[in-house]
Design a protein around this ligand. Structure first.
Ligand code: NAP
Ligand code: MG
Length: 400
């Protein structure tokens, strides 16, 4: 079998712990033997981020910007315990946040649906893709305690010096207040990302807000999405028989439970934070959740598994024990990155390889060969295999 030749590089971001073990195995067993590929590898292990004062993270993001395709392994976001464990110079920020800010992208979280694996919400038989607007709102808010009463006001100073003052509340006792913001530019980029993703994925798009209450703030989201749809995406959506709709967040939550999936849900920042965990749980396993960071124009893509570095399994691995860790979301990160490279380069052979890689994973799971996390969801009679055994099956499927 001759190797598939890929002319342009993919940015490969390595990470930490058990996710790194899976990562190296995927490259060695599923990619390199079959694809002649130039990987631009950045080591984002916590040790190397510390060594480079986190410069490596910024470099990796810049490289994705240039090369358009990145694939990322899970990385440790250090907390106080990790700072001690690795004797770090400082508590570095989440690499995902750094990369997202540089690429100015939106994260789309999509579950991998496997027929054989029961879901907590049984009738969700197509993916619900959550798109989270990761800018502003409560995450950049300022809060204030009011003591012994007093007036809380809003002050907006125009550039030309004109001031607008709005009374918020006249307190008679202790209380608390909050202010937050967003920018039209960021909302517009978010809208572009969502429309482009829906077109590419062939899924309808729903935006949720509470614009009946927030008639300026949330209404701005609706207006920006509506305008962009009318101006730039309506024709393409209609051609593909796709719909775009704005819905109230409470109505959307009800629809989520009622419908069987198969749509992209554009969420405001906090809604996306909450809903992505709810949807992940509803579909079952973190080991089956994939994540794609996409630029507004849809041309730059970074893929990853949504789970973390799976520390508990890494401890077993360090003790020389074989683990049953689910590699499927990490394998799908690779297949999705290869697919994006294939589409950009019009490389049919590579596209076929990426489609088959996903197909082999799903077929293997549906035949009942799965890791422990998934077996536990299937019930007491379901047997499980080790990670190594799972890889062996996939390798032999690719070869035959
Ligand atoms: P986690 O690594 O996702 O693991 C949480 C638990 O979920 C595991 O202990 C395991 O349960 C189960 N699990 C997750 N993925 C699995 C898989 N592929 N196969 C089988 N079981 C799986 O989350 P965490 O323990 O909260 O975080 C660990 C580290 O990852 C942290 O340092 C955090 O900063 C980092 N993190 C990174 C990212 C990222 O880079 N995108 C995302 C999240 C967290 P059992 O132990 O019960 O088997
Ligand atoms: Mg959350």
């Amino acid at each position: 079998m001759s190797k598939i030749v890929v002319n342009k590089p993919i940015v490969d971001i390595n990470g930490d712990e058990m996710a790194r073990v899976l990562w190296n195995k995927i490259k060695k067993e599923l990619i390199f033997p079959f694809i002649d590929l130039n990987l631009l590898t950045f080591d984002l292990s916590i040790e190397n981020r510390d060594r480079t004062n986190d410069e490596i993270t910024i470099e990796s993001a810049k490289s994705i910007k240039i090369n358009k395709v990145g694939v990322k392994c899970a990385t440790i976001t250090p907390d106080d315990k990790r700072v001690k464990e690795f004797n770090l110079k400082k508590k570095y920020p989440s690499p995902n946040g750094t990369i997202r800010n540089i690429l100015n992208g939106t994260i789309f979280r999509e579950p991998i649906i496997v027929k054989k694996i029961p879901k907590i919400v049984g009738h969700w038989n197509q993916p619900v893709v959550i798109a989270r607007h990761a800018f502003g709102d409560i995450y950049k808010s300022k809060e204030v305690f009011t003591r012994n009463g007093g007036k809380l006001k809003f002050l907006y100073e125009h550039k030309d010096g004109i001031k607008e003052e709005i009374d918020i509340y006249d307190f008679e006792s202790d209380g608390v207040g909050l202010a937050y913001f967003n920018t039209f530019e960021s909302i517009k980029d978010f809208a572009y990302s969502c429309f482009n993703f829906s077109v590419k994925r062939n899924f309808p798009l729903f935006l949720s807000t509470k614009n009946t209450i927030l008639q300026k703030y949330d209404e701005s989201f609706k207006e920006i999405f509506d305008t962009l749809y009318e101006k730039e995406f309506k024709k393409e959506f209609e051609k593909k028989n796709l719909v775009y709709q704005h819905r109230l967040i409470d109505d959307m939550v009800a629809c989520l439970m009622k419908w069987s999936g198969g749509f992209v849900w554009a969420c405001k920042n906090y809604d996306g934070d909450v809903m992505s965990d709810l949807v992940a749980q509803g579909f079952g396993s973190l080991g089956l959740m994939s994540s794609v960071l996409q630029s507004p124009d849809g041309k730059i893509v970074e893929t990853e598994a949504a789970h973390g570095t799976i520390t508990s399994h890494f401890r077993q691995h360090q003790n020389g024990k074989e683990t049953s860790t689910n590699p499927v979301a990490s394998i799908f990160a690779w297949s999705k990155a290869l697919k994006h490279r294939a589409i950009l380069d019009s490389n049919n052979q590579l596209e076929e390889f990426s489609i088959n890689l996903e197909k082999f994973c799903l077929e293997t799971l549906n035949k009942g060969y799965m890791t422990k996390d998934l077996a536990l969801m299937c019930g007491p009679d379901q047997k499980w295999i080790t990670t190594n055994e799972f890889f062996n099956i996939i390798v032999s499927r690719i070869k035959n």
